[in-house]
Write a protein that binds this ligand. Structure first.
Ligand SMILES: [Zn+2]
Length: 432
């Protein structure tokens, strides 16, 4: 009988060199504690590894230096071995027969899916970064651990709901639960599972997807924006976030923006599809999210700042190049956003990522776009114009930024509209 036991080991440095040592894990609150077995004292701790046996041959696999991720990887590997054993016992191979009722083995599909993501190139010619791929791996692994499903066709809506509950109980915000679900649904689609149909009734009477209608997108306040911009220690960072605020650009639209996309005379920036050939011959293909182009006017004061930046950037094409000086779109502005927010003392200090990683959930790039939308509408720009500037395909997408106006201005408007009639005595003298 095949042995399906998977042991968790840790590479540790001892007086006699690096050794693989057994680790036992103990649940502690939302995470894990470890106990490293062995009599030698440890000088330094290295990565975790998994070990299992094929016959009498041991197999090893490195799984990084995060204990929680290592535990998930161990359970995942054990489920693969269980699957292989079950398949063997049934006289089948793990790869589903094309002709027969094709059951998709989730653990195996996960590995294939991750492999495919590693070779994916996203809009703008940028490959997915390791962080994104790790996130996929973590999210799918956790889902499989929570649901304990082996085949894709066993997944029910209740499994998804259980998973959401699991995440919420861990203290994640609804928006994060929603983001996790987005990643998970991509994987499930790959496994031919339509999670959207499972969670949404045809007649629209019920939608159980997390945070689906995104009830009130929250903009940054003017005070937050001022503090944040003042805390940017690099001019390029200051200009990047000011650019998001002033144009409502999506992240990739901003990072792929070239000086030649700005019409200095007419004062607008042109977001459009383009193929950029770099001096080394490398090509970057950029496409806006909807594939449509749009012109967004730039406030004259900010346009002057961009002009000055253009002058300083002698000969460069991108507004926001890489830190090492390469004239290519800089990536990972999310890290800058989180860091500056922290430096400016603007983090909430209570969300789970604030506590664990000092990266506040309340600060993210898309919120700058939400701020542009909300401020534009509150400033009295008509919704159709704002919608066009944001590049929305439907006015409803813009309408969600209307929110409720609770400012003093709204009260003034109210007096303006109703004030006079309210103070006018009724004609027939009644109510006086
Ligand atoms: Zn926070």
């Amino acid at each position: 009988m095949a042995n399906t036991t998977v042991s968790l080991l840790r590479y540790c440095k001892t007086a006699s060199g690096w050794r693989r040592m057994r680790v036992s894990t103990i649940r502690k609150g939302r995470g894990w504690n470890e106990e490293i077995k062995g009599s030698q004292s440890i000088i330094e701790k290295g990565e975790y590894q998994l070990r299992w046996f094929t016959g009498s041959k041991p197999k090893f696999k490195g799984v990084g230096d995060d204990l929680s991720a290592a535990v998930i990887a161990r359970d995942h590997q054990a489920s693969i071995l269980e699957l292989e054993k079950a398949a063997k016992a049934a006289g089948r191979s793990l790869v589903p027969d094309a002709g027969a009722k094709s059951q998709i083995a989730l653990a195996k599909a996960k590995d294939e899916f991750i492999k495919r993501k590693e070779t994916t190139v996203r809009r703008g010619g940028v490959p997915l970064c390791k962080k994104t791929i790790d996130a996929y791996e973590f999210i799918i692994g956790e889902f499989l651990m929570v649901t304990k499903r082996v085949y894709a066709d066993q997944i029910l809506d209740q499994d998804l709901l259980d998973y959401f509950t699991f995440l919420r109980e861990r203290g994640l915000e609804e928006r994060t639960v929603s983001n996790y679900y987005q990643s998970l649904s991509t994987f499930l689609r790959y496994c031919k599972v339509d999670s959207r149909a499972m969670l949404k009734k045809e007649d629209g009477s019920e939608d159980l997807r997390p945070d689906y209608d995104d009830p009130e997108p929250e903009p940054y306040t003017r005070e937050e924006v001022e503090k944040f911009l003042a805390a940017c220690d690099r001019e390029q960072d200051y200009l990047f976030f000011s650019f998001l605020l002033n144009t409502g650009a999506r992240e990739l639209e901003a990072t792929h923006c070239e000086f030649s996309d700005i019409n200095w005379g007419a004062g607008y920036v042109h977001f459009k599809n383009k193929t950029i050939t770099l001096s080394g011959g490398e090509r970057i293909v950029f496409r806006t999210k909807t594939g449509k182009s749009r012109r967004v006017p730039v406030e004259p004061g900010f346009l002057e700042k961009l002009k000055a930046w253009h002058k300083k950037s002698a000969g460069r094409r991108f507004l926001f190049p890489q830190d090492n000086g390469a004239d290519k779109p800089r990536t990972h502005y999310i890290d800058v956003c989180k860091r500056v927010a922290r430096d400016a003392g603007l983090t909430c200090g209570t969300c789970i990522t604030c506590l664990s990683k000092k990266r506040c959930e309340r600060w993210f790039l898309h919120k700058w776009r939400a701020t542009y939308a909300t401020w534009s509408l509150q400033g009295g720009i008509d919704i159709k114009t704002v919608s066009k500037r944001l590049g929305h395909t439907k006015i409803e997408m813009t309408a969600k930024y209307l929110g409720e106006d609770r400012t003093e201005g709204a009260l003034l408007k109210l007096s303006h509209v109703f004030g006079a009639s309210g103070s006018t005595p009724l004609a027939n003298g009644a109510g006086a």
